[in-house]
Structures are given as structure tokens and as C-alpha cells.
Design a protein around this ligand. Structure first.
Ligand code: AMP
Length: 633
């Protein structure tokens, strides 16, 4: 679809001529029965998309392509952990998904039942997701390697009929046994799943519990010729739940529909990611996160693209491993996170020159603010557009970015871009709820309903929590809060300034920790930084900064540390004013992060304040927090 009138008109139609616009987008996918209502918004804030329509995600991701591209690559599996590289064509993927579907049916899984997937990055994880979609079961992927306690909470919340898992994952060459964690989780949970299907990778021994545990390979053998038709699902039927990252206490299951999600992904592949059938998409995320759902599994396959499923680190065996894959599989679209790029930035830049990267059209980065030095470094190295995109587990696809597939527009460093079609993004005053329309006014980023296709339907089993948590935080208004601070410049580009819940208050001045981090990271010797607000008797809170230096050899003694600390403070003074200056800048070799790369600011803050950092099951490297404890001791 060419859009001679440009993005402004495209966007306008998406909200003002909504039904016609989304009917057009719905034409990108197959419907078993057409819908008769585009959007039911009779009971706000709930939005029900494409009511009356029948479709299936697996049909659109797999079966639909058999006609034109059965022998083209669909799933390219690369594990630098086990040195396995294996390609599945659409035909082979179709067969494997049906085998998995037959196995699940054999375990008693029916339409509407939940299947919990606790898996490393192996092809069977993808087969399991697609098999669930195929038979109308609701999948709930839990990030592999989550600790038993968190897994048990999710088992209780999802009450799955079956769990699909494996003997182990592997990270940096170290085997992480899943089976003992799963056994312990099932012991802790109140709900006991009837069946556990286990993929044996030969990485760790497994004790199978008789009657409950089954070896996947043995079951698969019984269904090699399985033909399991797609279950035609109502558009509003649930496709999956995924638990939001960083939640403490009771997990929050983000619930997604079928038809709306399908259309949203198909449209985003075209208008935002510019992927074409037959090309290869490489998202470096994990199936345990929302990016993995939308842009490893469903999005690329729906678009008829091959998708790379990568198990391993970005720097093992060396910092060129991703670029080798780009060259080998002629990747056209790549999706990663700023944190991964910052890891690569510490490697030899020559890796970027060693491979033919000419197939690559763009690199998309999301999940956290993209700082300018990181964006420039990778942009210079790759010579392709770096496209920041802002979204959340809740939205399922980008809220803010640049829809270059509609109209090529420049990105601005530091800004993820403009509201995507279908999203009515506003900035509101946090206390009064008043809309802020002026340039560079800071407010809470909210979305007015009805939310577009693909957006979360509700919190699994808890409509009240959905409404109260997300839609009632701004006084007097029923709007969806992202809980992010933002500003919009005179050209309509948004800038995300950090979570509203990461805000710190220094002597009556409200500061986003992210703003201070941005300023600090502009110093030439700063690779990474985390700023937290720490309780202070005099000022309420003060900012504390933890910095990973680019060149730590320059920090050999206390004097050189003090010198760099002074330089950083001066820079913050200059850029943001003395009020934002951190009380201390401390140097560490690594920052505490979740496995998906998000800074655990709250845990750092707790340690600084001598409190218990709470649930750390999502933390990547416990030693990172210990370093901070030691520094403060
Ligand atoms: P999650 O649901 O775990 O993906 O986290 C969503 C949150 O990550 C958002 O609310 C933002 O705080 C942050 N985030 C995601 N993408 C971006 C981005 N491109 N720029 C700034 N912050 C982002």
C-alpha cells in the first residue's frame, strides 16, 4: 500500500476513520469467517476487535505460506551454546507443529486450556507456542531459568493442564538445569498440572515422575504423520498470557486476544519493520519476553519471513557472532536491545567490518531508553538506520517509533519517535490530569481508549485489577497509564524520561533518574550508568550514580576515581543544574540487571538504603548487587 499522503494522513485515518482503516489492515491476514464489527468499545476501557471473525494465529504464521513458500526457510535455529544450527522450512515447521499439537492433545489439552511453556531457546519452544495457537490452547511462556518460587506463582495463576519444558538451558557455556527447578515449583504450587512434557537435550540427567512426566521424543515418534487442523478461534478468544517483568508479589498476566494481535503484528511487519516475505528477520530477544512472542515467533512468520531463534550470548564465541549470522542468512531486519549494543560496544569494533552486512535494512532497538552515544556507535558501525521503538509487554507492539514503511522519516537521537497508528498518545499532568499540549512539557504518557488491536485485553482472571491498575491512576480520567514520563518536542517527537515510579525528589525538585543517567552517559569514559534516589535526611532524596567505565584501566587508584567522579558531577551540573548532581558517583564493573536487560534500579536503591532488595529471581548476575553492597560497606 503506498501512502502518497504520508504518515500524518495514515495516522489520522487510523483514529478518525478507524473502522475503514483497520478493515484494510485486517486484509493482510486470512480469516476463516469475516468479522462483522471492527471495534466493540461498549464497555470501556475494554476494546474487543474484529468481533464475529474467526481465524487462527498458527494458520496465518504457518499453513498460509505452504502454497507459495513451503520450501523456504521458516525457522533458523542457531545455538552457540550447543553448536547446533538447524533450519526448518515452512513445510517442516508445519509438520513439527502438528506433531507437537498431537502430543498436547494426547495429554488432554483442549481449546481454552492453558499450557505453560518453561523452555530454553530451542525449536520445540516455538513448536509448542504455535501448537497451542493451532489447537486453541492458551500458552503462557515463563522465561526459562526463572526460580522455582516465581514459577510456582505463575503455575498457580495460569493453572495449566500441561507444562512443556526441557532438561536444561545453557548460558555462556554453563548448563542451567530446569527440571529440578520445575519439580520444586510444582511441589510449591497449589495447582498441580496433570502432565509435564520434557524435551531431553542431553544436557542434564532427568528423573521422570511416573504418570506425570513424559519424554517428548518418545511421544513425538507416535505422531510423526499427525494432521491436526487449525481450530477456528473467535477473534476475541485468548491466545496467550505473559507475565510482566519486574512485578513483585502476585504476577500480572497480560492477556492477549487472537484476531486483534494477528492484525496488529501483520500491520507492524509491513508499516514499521518493513519485512517482506522470503526475507530473514533476526530478533535477539528471548521467547520468555513479549518481544520474543511478537517478533521472534509470530510477527516474522505471519509476514512469511524466516526467523532466527538464537540461543547464546552476543559475544560468544566472539563479538562478531551476530554479524556472522546477518551475513550468512542475509538478515534484512534485526531487532535487539540497547543493553546488548552496549555490551558489543565494549568489543573490538573491527567485528563490524569483518562481515558483509549489506543485506541489513535497519536495526530496531527497544526495551529501555536508547542513549545517544550507543545509538551513534552502532549507527556508524552498521551504516543502516537505527530505529528506536517504545512499547510495553502490555501493548504487544510499538507505541512510539517511526513507521518508515509508510513514509520514510528521520529518527531523532534520544526519541523513539511519534505515536503509531491506532494509538492516541497524550501527555497528562500527573496530579491534575490536565492535558499538556505545549512543546517540551513533561507529563505522564497515557493512551486514550479504545486501545488498538494487539493491545492487552485485560489482566488474566482479573478485570478489576486491569481497570484499577492501568486506567485509574490519573484523577478524574479513564485513560491507560504507561507509568512513563515523557515530553514531546515541537515536531511531535516523544522522549521517554523514565518510569513515573522511578522518580526522585531532591529538595522539592522532581527528577527522573533517567535524565541524570542520560547526562552522565554523555561523558566519554562512561559505558553504562544507573542512577537511583536514596533517602536523605536533609534533601528527602539524593541521587546516587553507579557507573561502569569504558576504560577501567584509567581508574587504578582513588585519585583517578575521584577525578572522574568530579568530571561527571561537573557535567551534570552543566547539563541539568546542581540540583540533579549525584551525591556520589561510584564505579562498578557490572550493573544489576534482569535477564532481559532492564536495570534493577529498585534493587540498587534498596541496597543503598540498607533495605532488603526483595525478589531477585529475574536478576542476571547476583555478584553485581554484591559489588554495590561492598562499595557501601
Ligand atoms: P516491558 O513491559 O518489560 O517491555 O517494559 C516496558 C517499559 O520499558 C516501558 O514502560 C518503558 O519504561 C521501557 N521502554 C521500553 N522501550 C523503551 C524505549 N524505546 N525507550 C525508553 N523506554 C523504553
Amino acid at each position: 500500500m503506498s501512502n502518497p499522503q504520508g504518515y500524518a494522513e495514515f495516522y489520522r485515518r487510523s483514529v478518525e476513520d478507524r473502522d475503514a482503516f483497520w478493515t484494510e489492515q485486517a486484509g493482510l491476514v486470512d480469516w476463516h469467517k469475516p468479522f462483522d464489527r471492527v471495534c466493540n468499545e461498549d464497555s470501556p476501557p475494554f476494546a474487543r476487535w474484529f468481533e464475529g471473525g474467526l481465524t487462527n494465529l498458527c494458520h496465518n504464521a504457518v499453513d498460509r505460506h505452504l502454497k507459495d513458500r513451503a520450501d523456504q526457510n521458516a525457522l533458523i535455529y542457531v545455538s552457540t551454546e550447543t553448536d547446533i544450527e538447524r533450519i526448518y522450512s515452512f513445510r517442516e515447521l508445519h509438520a513439527e507443529v502438528q506433531r507437537m499439537a498431537a502430543v498436547l492433545k494426547g495429554q488432554g489439552v483442549k481449546k481454552g486450556d492453558r499450557v505453560l511453556i518453561y523452555m530454553p531457546m530451542i525449536p520445540e519452544a516455538t513448536f509448542a507456542m504455535l501448537a497451542c495457537a493451532r489447537i486453541g490452547a492458551i500458552h503462557s511462556v515463563v522465561f526459562g531459568g526463572f526460580a522455582s518460587h516465581s514459577l510456582a506463582n505463575r503455575i498457580d495463576d495460569a493453572s495449566p493442564v500441561a507444562i512443556v519444558s526441557a532438561d536444561a538451558g545453557s548460558r555462556g557455556g554453563k548448563v542451567v538445569e530446569y527440571k529440578p527447578l520445575l519439580d520444586e515449583a510444582i511441589r510449591l504450587s497449589t495447582h498441580k498440572p496433570g502432565s509435564v512434557v520434557l524435551v531431553d537435550r542431553g544436557l542434564a540427567p532427568m528423573n521422570l515422575v511416573p504418570g506425570r512426566d513424559h519424554d517428548y521424543a518418545a511421544l513425538r515418534e507416535q505422531h510423526l504423520d499427525a494432521q491436526i487442523p487449525c481450530e477456528w478461534m473467535a477473534s476475541t478468544d485468548i491466545s496467550y498470557t505473559i507475565y510482566t517483568s519486574g512485578t513483585t508479589g502476585k504476577p500480572k498476566g497480560v492477556q492477549r486476544d487472537t484476531g486483534g494481535y494477528l492484525v496488529a503484528l501483520a500491520a507492524s511487519m509491513k508499516h514499521i519493520f518493513m519485512g517482506a516475505p522470503g526475507e530473514t528477520y533476526f530478533s535477539t530477544s528471548d521467547i520468555g519476553w513479549v518481544v520474543g512472542h511478537s517478533y521472534i515467533v509470530y510477527g516474522p512468520l505471519i509476514a512469511g519471513m524466516a526467523t532466527i531463534l538464537y540461543e547464546g550470548l552476543p559475544i560468544r564465541p566472539d563479538g562478531g557472532v551476530w554479524w556472522r549470522l546477518v551475513e550468512k542468512y542475509k538478515v534484512t531486519v534485526m531487532f535487539s536491545a540497547p543493553t546488548a549494543v552496549r555490551v558489543l560496544k565494549k568489543q573490538d569494533p573491527a567485528y563490524l567490518q569483518q562481515y558483509d552486512l549489506s543485506s541489513l535494512k535497519a536495526l530496531f532497538l527497544a526495551g529501555e531508553p536508547l542513549d545517544e552515544p550507543t545509538a551513534r556507535w552502532i549507527s556508524d558501525g552498521l551504516g543502516v538506520p537505527i530505529i528506536d521503538n517504545y512499547w510495553q509487554t502490555e501493548s504487544g507492539w510499538p507505541i512510539l517509533t517511526i513507521a518508515n514503511g509508510v513514509e520514510k522519516k528521520p529518527s531523532k537521537f534520544g526519541s523513539p519517535g511519534v505515536p503509531m497508528y491506532g494509538y492516541r498518545v497524550k501527555l497528562l499532568h500527573e496530579a491534575t490530569g490536565e492535558e499538556l499540549t505545549g512543546a517540551d512539557e513533561k507529563g505522564v504518557v497515557v493512551i486514550e481508549g479504545p486501545t488498538p488491536p494487539g493491545f492487552m485485553q485485560t489482566v488474566w482472571k482479573d478485570d478489576a485489577r486491569f481497570v484499577n491498575t492501568y486506567w485509574k491512576s490519573i484523577p478524574g480520567k479513564l485513560v491507560y497509564s504507561t507509568f512513563d514520563w515523557g515530553i514531546r518536542d515541537k515536531d511531535g517527537y516523544f522522549y521517554i524520561l523514565g518510569r513515573t515510579d522511578d522518580v526522585i525528589n531532591v529538595a522539592g525538585h522532581r527528577l527522573g533518574t533517567r535524565e541524570i543517567e542520560e547526562s552522565i552517559s554523555s561523558h566519554a569514559n562512561v559505558a553504562e550508568v544507573a542512577v537511583v534516589g536514596v533517602a536523605d535526611q536533609l534533601k528527602g532524596q539524593v541521587a546516587m550514580a553507579f557507573v561502569v567505565a569504558k576504560d577501567s584501566s584509567a581508574l587504578g587508584d582513588d585519585a583517578s576515581k575521584l577525578r572522574l567522579e568530579g568530571e561527571i558531577m561537573k557535567r551534570v551540573d552543566e547539563q541539568l543544574g546542581a540540583v540533579a548532581r549525584p551525591a556520589r558517583v561510584r564505579f562498578v564493573s557490572v550493573l544489576p540487571k534482569t535477564r532481559s536487560g532492564k536495570l534493577l534500579r529498585r534493587a540498587i536503591q534498596a541496597v543503598c538504603e540498607g533495605r532488603d532488595p526483595g525478589d531477585l529471581t529475574t536478576m542476571d548476575d547476583p555478584a553485581a548487587l554484591q559489588q554495590i553492597r561492598d562499595l557501601l560497606a
